[in-house]
Design a binder for this molecule. Structure first.
Ligand code: PHE
Length: 358
């Protein structure tokens, strides 16, 4: 039994030098396992005389306990070191910018421009009105003073829908002007609304898509005149393009539902790829407008001798192209996430006249 001390020294030395949990387990098996050295000594107790056993028993038990404790202590130290190493390896540096990849959704430029327009007109006291995309012929044309069979109906490249039995034929609205009619039929003047929405015409090239977006405006009061129309729209263009001055002209035009009618042109400068609105040597048409035709007022039960007002309509997709430098309209509706990421807006940055529009 002289090797108790030797075994203890060797066992403690190999426990101390075990560099990982696997090696430590090998040491445990070699000393305390069924066929281990310490277990082998314990087995010898059975063959000893009672006196020998009385002397050796406590010694061997103490050896077993010390080796066992040394293994447990070393195991804890190795486990703690392994955890440290893992934590160091898997550390996340939260101060780093996020890895490139899909980011949160972006607001489509058309939606952004809708919101900008609503913010500007909202500031002037306009409410937002809506109407259905699928209209009847009366709201889209007849009530707006398009005579039956008049060629103006054809210039709209209308999508006509098949009539259901016993029902009037429907069209996909070709402009937002039917919302004027719906508003005047249900509200008493004074009226001051804008109507943003989708409109449809059978057309397809770099600047025309079969579905596009317009914003309509309507003001009906007792004394509203052409001067108000001009002032309101010039103020709008200045606010929208974020410029101090805009040179504008109102060029006579024809719309069945306004008289007189005018298209509004603004001066612009082309600077390389981009266009600057406000001044320059070329004119660009940006919207249609006019004084609401007395027939339209009458069709809606409003007395043209008592009330008058103005209306305007503009293409939102084109305004967005001009303001944000997008050259082609078609990708607007191709749902390409790369395009949306490039031209889109942060959805939480609500435009406001005082806080900034874009
Ligand atoms: N509805 C016309 C269009 O789509 C625009 C317009 C609206 C013109 C209101 C005058 C007044 O072309």
């Amino acid at each position: 039994m002289s090797d108790i001390n030797t075994i203890e020294k060797e066992a403690l030395a190999s426990i101390e030098s075990a560099g990982d949990l696997g090696t430590l387990e090998d040491v445990r098996v070699a000393e305390l396992g069924k066929k281990g050295r310490v277990s082998g000594l314990m087995k010898q107790l059975g063959g000893m005389s009672p006196e020998e056993r009385k002397e050796m028993g406590p010694k061997l038990n103490a050896l077993k306990t010390r080796v066992d404790e040394a293994i447990r202590t070393r195991k804890e130290a190795l486990e703690a070191a392994a955890l440290e190493a893992q934590l160091a390896r898997e550390k996340v540096d939260l101060s780093l910018p996020p890895a490139p990849g899909p980011k949160a959704g972006a607001l489509h430029p058309v939606m952004q421009v809708f919101e900008e327009i609503a913010a500007i007109f909202g500031d002037m006291g306009f409410a937002v009105a809506e109407g259905p995309d699928m209209e009847d012929d009366w709201h889209n044309f007849t009530a707006l003073n398009f005579p039956e069979g008049h060629p103006a109906r054809e210039t709209h490249d209308t999508f006509f829908m098949k009539a259901l039995e016993g029902d009037d034929a429907k069209v996909l609205r070709t402009h937002t002007s039917p919302v004027q009619i719906r508003t005047m039929m249900t509200q008493k003047p004074p009226i001051r609304i804008i109507a943003p929405g989708r409109v449809y015409r059978n057309d397809w090239d770099a600047t025309h898509t079969p579905m596009f977006h317009q914003v309509e405006g309507l003001v009906i009061e007792k004394n509203t005149h052409m001067g108000h129309l001009k002032g309101c729209l010039i103020d709008f263009v200045k606010a929208f393009f974020e410029v101090d001055e805009v040179e504008a002209r109102f060029r006579p035009h024809f719309f069945p539902f306004t008289e007189p009618s005018a298209e509004m042109d603004v001066k612009y400068t082309r600077k390389g790829e981009t266009i600057e609105i406000g001044a320059g040597d070329s004119w660009m048409e940006i919207l249609g407008s006019g004084m609401v035709h007395p027939n339209v007022l009458r069709n809606c039960g409003i007395d043209p001798k008592e009330y008058q007002g103005f209306a305007f309509g503009m293409g939102v997709d084109r305004l967005a192209m001009l303001k944000y430098g997008m050259p082609d309209l078609r990708p607007y509706f191709e749902a390409d996430p790369q395009w949306t990421r490039h031209y889109g807006f942060a959805p939480w940055a609500t435009p406001s006249v005082s806080g900034g529009l874009s």
